[in-house]
Design a protein around this ligand. Sequence first.
Ligand code: ADP
Ligand code: MG
Length: 386
Amino acid sequence: MNINTMAKVLHSYNFANEITSIQKYGYGRINKTWLVETASGKFILQKINSELFNNIPKLMNNIIIITEHLKTKNQNTSRSVLNIINNKHNKPFTKIDCEYFRVYEYIDNSICYQTSKNYDTIKKLGFAFGDFQKNLSDFDQSKLYTTIPNFHNTSKRYNDFINVLNKQSKSAILKNKALILKFIDKKKYSSLIQNLIERNEIPKRVTHNDTKLNNVIFDYDSKTPLAILDLDTVMPGTLLHDFGDAIRYCCNEASEEETELSKIKFDIDLYKAFCEGYICSMTDLTQTEINHLAISPLVMAYELGLRFLTDYLNGNKYFAIDYECQNFKRAQNQMKLLEDMENKYMLMQKIVSDTVNKIKCSDKMSHNKPEVENNFTDKYFSDFTN
Ligand SMILES: Nc1ncnc2c1ncn2[C@@H]1O[C@H](COP(=O)(O)OP(=O)(O)O)[C@@H](O)[C@H]1O
Ligand SMILES: [Mg+2]
């Protein structure tokens, strides 16, 4: 960033004259983040991504109302909720040369993991996102501005894919035929969650929409989760997207960038750990939500794979690449993960059922919690994965 812009931004905050150091911070890929140290404390400064988000005042209002609500549910609000620092004009952001900046209190003595295959950490991750959902279950989601319309509208993503496909040359289609056919063959996933939303079979809730491990901050000493970060994409939606995407991301034995397909495997034990954490804290699940928890990671892997493939065929306009066929490889990665989840789906469904029933038995869930249908697994499996 231009040094004059940085100076203007910092000058707009009360701590401007006390700064002792500024350094780039973290591994976030959406915004630009700096740690600002001052004589009176540490702060996180962020340049908000204005290419991705087109109404930043409304986005910031979402964060304000969500964090205010979360503060009513938490005791230690300095470490359990993001705290926005207003500028000298009492505004939650500073706009300089058409760019938007914001400041948060720095959550000290903390750690954000980039990756983990530790069952305890993943269970805590599940607990943290479930707790976030639970604390927001009495928040009126209609107050939220939709930062990215149709973000998880998988049916629309499928139509976009078909439109791009229709513009391809015959040779391009032939070259990528095997993977294209797999996505077409599994079209059923594109409407699965979307139909539940459109038929009002699941509640609209506040959703985070970026449920990655590095968006949860843990206490450095106790390694317990403190707060959920990165609230830019908080908007109305279904918790199935958050649950499914968290699992899609953290239960892949390899990374999203792995190109050696034999290394891509769905880790069922990590899945179990996440489920246990999530279902233990999110005690307000409806029966239909419970019934679709296990299928949601399959839908999310399908959706992301479809987006990678669409972008590859469309000239890589959305996802940045380091080499020409990277988005194709990423799509293959998600398809391999999806296929492995399909093989383990019966077990995934059983883990949800067992976890719900176990938690219900131990009386941690509310007394009117619905039962899990015993015959659901078979019925569902034959409906959707055969
Ligand atoms: N209030 C905070 N206290 C401590 N660290 C933070 C705070 N906010 C963000 N971070 C760190 O900065 C990283 C990037 O922030 P994030 O808001 O997730 O940006 P991005 O949208 O680019 O992912 C986080 O993963 C975390 O390590
Ligand atoms: Mg982030």
